[in-house]
Design a protein around this ligand. Sequence first.
Ligand code: HEC
Length: 144
Amino acid sequence: MSFTPITPLVACTVVLMMVSALITVPASAQHKDAGAGKSLYKVVDGTKVDSNTMNGFRAWRSAACDRCHGANQQGLVGPSLIESMKTLSKEEFVKVVTEGRLDKGMPSFKTSPTVMEHTDDLYAYLKGRSNGDITQARVEELKQ
Ligand code: HEC
């Protein structure tokens, strides 16, 4: 009977391969839209996001929501959206952004195409921030 013993060199290579596989797999998070079965957003390493979520961030920046909700969505004159998005439904979100709450200081964005064309993306971006999957306000686009 003959067999080939695993040489220390082979064993070493296998261990190295396993370690490097662990190191190179980036931390990635996907969040499913309830029922829809499609990902609400994709985040890698806390700051790299899919193109829709990236558009949400762009809409956030261009509408300057941060003037009132804070640069990190933490709240300023408007409430913390990190907190609000934990309980706000998608429908409520779209309604408040579209109609505003004029008596309470939240403007209507009905006439802003940047916001109106990207309410889904804005929702995804802010949910990612609120869930803690997006770890800082500034994100960059994930290279596919
Ligand atoms: C001029 C200040 C201002 C700007 C700009 C602004 N908001 Fe607001 N927002 C507010 C205030 C104040 C409230 C709280 C209204 C209330 O008391 O119900 C609010 C409420 C909200 C809520 C509801 C929070 C909750 O808990 O019910 C959402 C969602 C929201 N804003 C999103 C946005 C987004 C997205 C933008 C940018 C497109 C934006 N806001 C821009 C002032 C602002």
